[in-house]
Design a protein around this ligand. Sequence first.
Ligand code: SF4
Length: 452
Amino acid sequence: MNVYDSDRMQAILNAKGFRSEAELRKADVILINTCSIRDKSEQKVLSLLGELKGLKQKDPKKVIAVSGCVGQRMGRTLLQRVPHLDLVLGPDAIDRVGDLIENVVNRGERLVEAKFDEDGRSYSQPCVVNRAKPSEFLTIMKGCDHFCTYCIVPFVRGREKSRSVDEIITDVKNLVSKGTKEVTFLGQNINTYGKGTGQKLSQLIEAANEVEGLERIRYVTSHPRDLGEDLINQFGSISKLCPALHLPFQAGSDRILKAMSRLYTQELYLKKVELLRKACPDIALSTDVIVGFPGETEKDFEETLKVLANVKFSSAFMFKYSPRPGTKAADFGDEVPEIVKEERLARAQQVVYSQIEKENLKYRNTVVSVLVESMDKKKKFFSGRTPHSKLVHVMNVGDASVGKIIDVEITDTNVSCLKGFYVGAPKTNIQFNSFERGIESSFSASLSPTLH
Ligand code: SF4
């Protein structure tokens, strides 16, 4: 969602005449789009702001701004704490980023814009991105009505509001006309898209499936309790809906799930997995896991390991619990010691990574369909994803280009990716190790999530 918001702000600023500048030193405006989901991400923002102090001292006209969830959470406090910061704006103010920056530049004021948009259950935010990538994110709703006890999102993104199906489908058609083949619809709790407006996510998926030229549809993030039968049954029956779903379970123990206020039990979660696999036997499931939630005992944690072992996820984002100020869980006490959290995280990772490694091995000597998303600068190799969301590095190019969907024969795998050759094009003899080093240096420049 932050990548989407950054792209949106970049497009808005471009329309105002700003252009992107990769070197902080040369930039007139430095805008840091931020995430506050974990304490670590917030600390990184504060440390980056500290590093920028020297640049501001050398060039007092330089505008330094913070947008996103840290801006929303800290608001005026952040402006007071960082004297060289000029502008703080929350997620609901991103469409006004151009005007706000101009106000700072023209009037020399230091500003905070961190109010929620309070009107109703619907909102409008037509896509403004000028150039489209083969795979694009599209925010279809904002906010969340659940208050999981560890989560900062409802405090920094507000209550749920949805865009209309018509507006979203118009965006999808525009993106497709610019070359997009895959869209990933974004929402904090996407299963309840349309709440209070009479529209449903399953309707949107059906409408998107009809868009000519669109090849793949994905959505994220689902809440296990809100994933209804209509959505489950679309896997395997809606042709463009990719066989992949991110379904966070967070913890295996019912006692911890209750303390997290997740509103489901392990049994219900596993039931949903069973129904998904009945509807679409080869569906790739990914998940989020928090280890070391306050009060988590070894027995509780073993329930998490049990779910990991049962479900065999295709990928998992696993984190040590970190208290977020203002959330209920931050006052629970009964902290799990850091060393125990680390040890549990390592055990959970070991289970998941060994499963993924085995799963990926099964792809060897098979042919997969890959949407080419990026190519190295010398056009010697490229990367893309399968419908199951597997990252594939391809070592020969032939007539492939970014945006094309091609067949790739998989010859090697590891825990993080599949590697192979574009079927039909002459094979190269690139060694995997040098190939991976090349990938790192070629693509790292495009991975920066901040807008300078
Ligand atoms: S459903 Fe997701 S976004 Fe909403 S409060 Fe829970 S964890 Fe946070």
